[in-house]
Design a protein around this ligand. Structure first.
Ligand SMILES: C=C(O[C@@H]1C=C(C(=O)O)C=C[C@H]1O)C(=O)O
Length: 355
């Protein structure tokens, strides 16, 4: 375990690309240590390795299996100091800006320009003695049901996250995905009840994914929606699985799904245009996707296991840039969406020591 992390730390000191990750509900850690500093990219999704893709898919970075040393370790019991995330001061200007774009989104939906849009924001946190290994282990400890990762490339930077959302799992022709939406803070005493707005929003996501998958699949199975917890946040989730047409390629399936209405909106193109014109920053890798491409280091099978890059942050010298977004529909109340984004930011703030 210690030699696993010290090897990765040394690799980072040499400024070489790597990814460190652990799958949901698994105690195994994987490291892919690229043995040179080249920037590899995806051309047709037939490559093998770990993909790190931006929201706009203009940057499709690959850590190739053939150029990497692959190392694993099992999680050991460790305890990390709990960081009080709740007492963060609120940035009033950020709040007003976010509420204004949500308001604008709601107006556009009322004017029937589109049905749903996911609007996000970013927030900077000044860090005290940041250690990526420590932060990775802490994330894994408090969010064991998520996909936890740390990605580094000297030309891309350092990204970390703990995402609850699968984009696609494909093994031969069999695939699995999910529709995730609706957000509420976990409350010990309260029973989880959803408003119609949240149920509708999650149903849009399911309908879109199922409709699109039927174009590339011979069968699609859909579960009933159920409640699922990621850290201290509840979501509504539907499991979707099936069998792809023999002639469908992985590239087609990814293009069909990404970006889902869970991170972009509906209809996709109009929502995306609204995002680009109004969010006021470039999402880069937030709400992109990442994971094993045509290689499963856990089972030796040729399969892909991809996740949506949510509850994530970029680390720069002594600061972290956190990213969080909310699904906006015609019933959205700007103040509530702001609070939801604050709750989502806690996922990362809980593992960050601040100055
Ligand atoms: C966009 C994010 O989350 C997405 C939006 C959700 C929502 O609108 O309720 C819920 C889960 C995710 O699909 C994020 O966490 O940044």
């Amino acid at each position: 375990m210690n030699s696993f992390f010290s090897k990765i730390k040394k690799h980072k000191e040499h400024n070489l690309p790597f990814v460190l990750y652990s799958k949901p509900n698994s105690k195994t850690f994987f490291g892919l240590l690229q043995q040179n500093n080249m920037l590899h990219t995806i051309a047709d999704y037939k490559e093998k390795g770990f993909v790190f893709a931006s929201f706009d898919e203009k940057q499709l970075i690959l850590i190739p299996e053939s150029e990497s040393e692959i190392i694993t370790a099992e999680q050991e019991e460790s305890t990390f100091e709990n960081i009080e995330a709740e007492n963060f001061s609120i940035d009033e200007a950020a709040r007003e800006h976010y509420k204004a774009i949500v308001e604008k989104g709601v107006e556009a939906i009322k004017n029937e320009e589109f049905k749903k849009v996911v609007l996000s924001r970013r927030e900077e946190v000044q860090l005290a003695d940041f250690d990526f290994v420590h932060t990775f282990q802490h994330l894994k400890q408090i969010y064991p049901t998520t996909f936890v990762y740390c990605f580094f490339h000297p030309q891309i930077g350092l990204w970390m996250g703990a995402t609850p959302e699968q984009l696609l799992k494909a093994n031969g022709n069999a695939f699995e995905t999910m529709a995730l939406a609706g957000t509420q803070k976990a409350n010990l005493e309260a029973e989880i009840l959803w408003e119609q707005k949240e149920k509708d929003e999650q149903q849009y996501v399911t309908d879109f994914i199922v409709k699109r998958l039927r174009e590339v699949a011979t069968s699609v199975n859909v579960s009933e929606p159920y409640n699922t917890k990621a850290g201290s946040i509840w979501h509504i989730k539907t499991d979707i699985s099936g069998v792809l047409n023999p002639e469908s390629t992985l590239e087609e399936v990814i293009d069909t799904l990404h970006p889902t209405p869970a991170v972009c909106g509906l209809p996709k193109k109009k929502a995306k245009t609204f995002i680009v014109e109004n969010e006021g920053y470039d999402r880069t890798f937030y709400t992109g996707f990442l994971g094993e491409l045509n290689s499963s280091f856990a089972s030796n099978a040729v399969s892909s296991d991809l996740f949506v890059n949510l509850r994530s942050m970029q680390i720069k010298q002594n600061k972290a840039i956190l990213y969080m977004g909310c699904g906006i529909t015609k019933e959205s109340i700007p103040e509530k969406e702001w609070e939801e984004s604050v709750n989502k930011s806690m996922t990362m703030k809980r593992v960050l020591k601040r100055v």
